[in-house]
Design a binder for this molecule. Structure first.
Ligand code: CMC
Length: 427
């Protein structure tokens, strides 16, 4: 296997080292490129740029493979819980029974949110999007909890604090938005059951925890737990590289996730499926997706890395069917989604562009069955992605090669010209 490439430029030859990852993927190390040649690279959207070495998740977009710390996501979805998967991502190994118990105790100990933070929730307009609120509230945690020191134990506490509190904060935002009493976390409940209880328990109608729903939520969160250098993770790493505190870096990740090309797609999918269900025809949506002049993209389809079916979408689709069957729910949007997928997968435009369902295509159907309101969908994605963001932030902090993230540019504006006083400018 070659360990360098030769670049020929202006009559000179330059040897650029090739770095090989543990699964065989190779990258040209261009860190000395400008110093040696005066050139920089140009790569819109970083589509062809590796920004770091990472040992957290592995993704093969051609074969449709996703592994967390080497373990296939299918096995984790089948056998693990979200809590255990979070531990795996953050610490690199599955926990022993003792480590898992300690992790659970920490999650429980840190699950309450400072009572003064409730006032913030009440100050947001009722129409605020929960993702905007979550991003602001996570940033605000920095003011309520002490600055993270670089001691292992303190990092542990900040990490579990964040994992536990974001879940409580998400449920609180839902309750407050509805004008309902906040439900506090309970020490006797598992991570997912606790979240569902905080969302749906009420003084007049106690919430009955359904193990099938708890399992579905675990799988949903596991499937979202990490996805290498996606937009929000890159945001966490970039913001974190300025050595801000963890809360602020995560808040940046939440803001990035909100976008409809990223995590916000799960809300957009349901809105699109509802539109189709109302109009009774798929033609308009498909025509818009194919139209090069229309900026519309079919939400839940396409991916920067996957050129085949997203492995998460496959699991999500199966789970949507199983859950709806178990709960005896008939959701007309599942039929619309199935028809849309069937047509799209045979359509020349979708085939030529390698457009397959991604994780967001069926996830909204699962969330609707659980009872999560549509405007909370991306918040659910954020709760799921949190361990991945934390693991990636931690890895970047411990990376001896890590630097302030600061890309370069190719300047295309005017060259130097004099300042013109206002009276001399054309009217
Ligand atoms: N519908 C219609 N056309 C599409 C779509 C789509 N969903 N996705 C990509 N294309 C077309 C795009 O118009 C372009 O066509 P052409 O080459 O003819 O101009 C071509 O495919 C390549 O698109 P691109 O924008 O260069 O590809 P990208 O890698 O930048 O886009 C994406 C990836 C996810 C932003 C895009 O597929 C998209 O907008 N999908 C819809 C939003 C969505 O579902 N996002 C969730 C992604 S998965 C969960 C997550 O990680 O957030």
């Amino acid at each position: 296997m070659t360990d360098h490439v030769i670049l020929t430029y202006a009559g000179n030859h330059y040897r650029l080292p090739v770095v090989t990852g543990s699964a065989g993927e190779q990258a040209i190390d261009i860190s000395r490129l400008r110093a040696e040649t005066g050139l920089i690279t140009l790569d819109a959207g970083f589509a062809n740029t590796g920004s770091c070495r990472s040992a957290i998740s592995y993704l093969d977009g051609e074969k449709g493979i996703l592994r967390y710390r080497g373990i296939p996501v299918e096995q984790l979805a089948e056998c693990s819980t979200f809590k255990e998967t979070a531990y795996l991502l953050i610490n690199g190994e599955l926990p022993s029974q003792k480590a898992l118990t300690r992790f659970s105790v920490l999650l429980n100990d840190h699950s309450l949110v400072h009572e003064d933070m409730k006032i913030f929730y009440q100050s947001f307009p009722r129409s605020s999007h929960p993702m905007g609120i979550l991003s602001a509230m996570v940033n605000a945690l920095r003011s309520f909890y002490p600055e993270l020191q670089r001691l292992e134990e303190e990092i542990d506490i900040t990490v579990t604090r964040l994992l536990s509190k974001v879940r409580t904060m998400a449920a609180m935002s839902y309750k407050i938005s509805r004008g309902h009493t906040v439900v506090y976390p309970r020490p006797d409940l598992t991570y997912c059951a606790n979240f569902l209880n905080m969302m749906f328990d009420s003084p007049v109608r106690p919430f009955e925890i359904d193990p099938d729903v708890v399992k579905a939520l675990n799988v949903f969160l596991i499937l979202h737990a990490d996805h290498e250098q996606n937009c929000s993770t890159a945001a966490v790493r970039v913001v974190g590289s300025a050595r801000v505190n963890l809360y602020t870096a995560i808040s940046a990740g939440i803001a990035a996730l909100w976008g409809p090309l990223h995590g916000g797609a799960n809300q957009a999918v349901i809105e699109t499926l509802s539109e189709v269900a109302q109009s009774g025809t798929l033609d308009r949506v498909l025509a818009r997706a194919r139209d090069p002049k229309d900026p519309f993209r079919l939400p839940g389809f396409g991916h920067r890395i996957y050129r085949t079916y997203d492995p998460r979408a496959r699991i999500m689709k199966r789970m949507a069917h199983v859950l709806l069957d178990k709960l005896r729910i008939s959701d007309p949007l599942l039929d619309v989604a199935r028809r849309l997928e069937e047509i799209a997968l045979k359509d020349a435009y979708f085939i030529d562009h390698h457009l397959y369902p991604n994780v967001d295509f069926y996830s909204g159907i699962v969330l609707r069955a659980i009872g999560i309101p549509t405007n909370m969908f991306t918040v659910m994605f954020a709760i799921g992605r949190l361990p991945g963001w934390i693991a990636q932030w931690k890895e970047s902090m411990d990376d001896p090669d890590w630097k302030l993230c600061r890309p370069r540019q190719v300047y295309t504006g005017p060259n130097e010209r004099p300042y013109v006083p206002i009276e001399d400018r054309p009217s």
